[in-house]
Design a protein. Structure first.
Length: 357
C-alpha cells in the first residue's frame, strides 16, 4: 500500500483490490442470506377481496356445506357466482363493508389456492353494531391443521377492533368438532333453533272444547307480542323477515305493512274471550314463506298442532312453509302438523372487551 501525496489518498495494488472485492461480496451475500432467512413469511391469511376471491370462495362454501344447504342457501351461492360478472359492483364492494354478507371476511391461501374462508356479517341491534361469524369453511384436504381456529381468531379480532360488544355464530348441533373449537375460543351457547319445512302429509288436530279461530284483535296484542318476543328475540331473529309491528292488529299494523309492502295473514285461537295462541303467515321472495308462531310457555301441544294445521289449510299460496322455532319445543306437534326438521343450529356468543378502532 503506497501513500500518494499528490492526491492525498491511498492507492492499492491490483491483488489487494481483488481481496477487498472478494471480502465485500462475501459480506454482502451473507447479509442478504441473513435478511432473507429472518424476514417474516407471508401470512396465509388475508382480507377477502371480492374482485378475485368471490368465485373460489363460492366453490369452497358449496363443497363444505353441500349436505346442509337448503334452497335459499343454494340461491345464496348462485348470487355470489352471478356477482362475478359485474366488475363495477365488485370494485365498489371491495371497499364497502355493508355491501353484501358474502363480501366481508378473510381467506386462507396456500400456493395461490384458497383453502379456507370466514365471513363477517355486520348487523345492528338497538343501534349497537354486532358481527356474525359465518361460513367458516376449510377444504377437506387441509383440515386438522388449525386453519379454522386461526380464521375464527382473525374474525374475533376484526369485531373487537370495531368495538363490537360481542361476536356471534351458529353451528349445527351435530357438528361436535366445531362446537368444541368454539368452546375453547370462549363462545357460550345462547340458544338452539330448529328450521322446519312443510311436507305434504299431516294429521288433523283434535280441537279442544270451546276453541275457535278468529282474527287477532288489539286488546290481546300485548299477550301476543310478549309471546313473539320470547320466541323471536332480536339477537336471534335479525336475519329473518320478522318485524314485530308487521303483526300488530289495527291501523298501526296496517301502516307498517303498507310501509314495508308486506303481505301477512293471521289467525288467533281463542276460548271464550281468552287468547290461546296466534299464528301469522308472511310472503317472502325466498324458497319458503315463513310462519310466526305465538304461543304461551308450556302450552298444550294440541294447540300448536291446531294452529299450524289451520294456517297451512288457509294460506293463499301453494308454496312451501317454513317455521324457525326453539329446538325441541312442541317438536311432536310440529311434526304431526306436517313439518320436517331440516337442521338444528346452536347459537353461540363471545363477549368482547372494548376494542380499539
Amino acid at each position: 500500500m503506497i501513500h500518494d501525496k499528490r492526491i492525498g489518498e491511498f492507492t492499492c495494488s491490483a491483488s489487494f483490490r481483488r481481496w477487498i472485492a472478494v471480502k465485500f461480496i462475501g459480506y454482502f451475500m451473507a447479509t442478504i442470506t441473513n435478511t432473507l432467512s429472518t424476514a417474516p413469511a407471508e401470512s396465509p391469511i388475508r382480507p377477502f377481496d371480492p374482485r378475485r376471491d368471490l368465485e373460489p370462495v363460492a366453490d369452497l362454501v358449496e363443497l363444505c356445506f353441500a349436505d346442509t344447504l337448503d334452497p335459499d342457501g343454494r340461491e345464496y351461492i348462485g348470487r355470489m357466482r352471478a356477482a362475478v360478472n359485474h366488475p363495477s359492483f365488485l370494485s365498489w364492494a371491495a371497499t364497502a363493508e355493508w355491501s353484501h354478507p358474502a363480501l366481508n371476511g378473510y381467506i386462507w391461501h396456500h400456493q395461490g389456492r384458497i383453502v379456507g374462508n370466514v365471513s363477517l356479517i355486520p348487523y345492528y341491534i338497538y343501534s349497537q353494531r354486532y358481527y356474525l361469524i359465518a361460513n367458516v369453511a376449510v377444504h377437506p384436504d387441509f383440515r386438522r391443521q388449525g386453519i379454522a381456529r386461526r380464521l375464527t381468531e382473525q374474525a374475533i379480532q376484526h369485531a373487537q377492533q370495531r368495538n363490537s360488544p360481542s361476536a356471534w355464530l351458529h353451528v349445527r348441533e351435530d357438528n361436535q368438532a366445531a362446537v368444541n373449537l368454539y368452546n375453547t375460543l370462549g363462545f357460550t351457547e345462547r340458544a338452539r333453533r330448529t328450521t322446519w319445512f312443510s311436507v305434504p302429509e299431516f294429521s288433523q288436530p283434535s280441537m279442544l272444547p270451546g276453541m275457535r279461530f278468529t282474527i287477532p284483535v288489539g286488546r290481546t296484542w300485548s299477550e301476543q307480542r310478549s309471546w313473539l318476543a320470547q320466541d323471536y328475540p332480536a339477537e336471534l331473529s335479525w336475519h329473518m323477515p320478522f318485524r314485530m309491528n308487521l303483526l300488530r292488529p289495527g291501523i298501526v299494523g296496517e301502516f307498517y305493512r303498507f310501509l314495508y309492502n308486506a303481505t301477512i295473514h293471521q289467525w288467533a285461537l281463542v276460548s271464550s274471550s281468552r287468547l290461546l295462541g296466534a299464528i301469522a303467515w308472511q310472503t317472502t321472495s325466498g324458497y319458503a314463506n315463513p310462519l310466526w308462531l305465538a304461543i304461551p310457555p308450556y302450552s298444550d301441544e294440541r294447540l300448536v298442532h291446531a294452529l299450524l294445521v289451520h294456517a297451512r289449510q288457509h294460506v293463499p299460496s301453494t308454496r312451501p312453509l317454513m317455521l324457525d322455532y326453539p329446538a325441541r319445543q312442541y317438536a311432536e306437534a310440529i311434526s304431526k302438523a306436517g313439518f320436517s326438521a331440516h337442521q338444528t343450529l346452536m347459537w353461540m356468543e363471545l363477549k368482547l372487551g372494548k376494542g380499539s378502532s
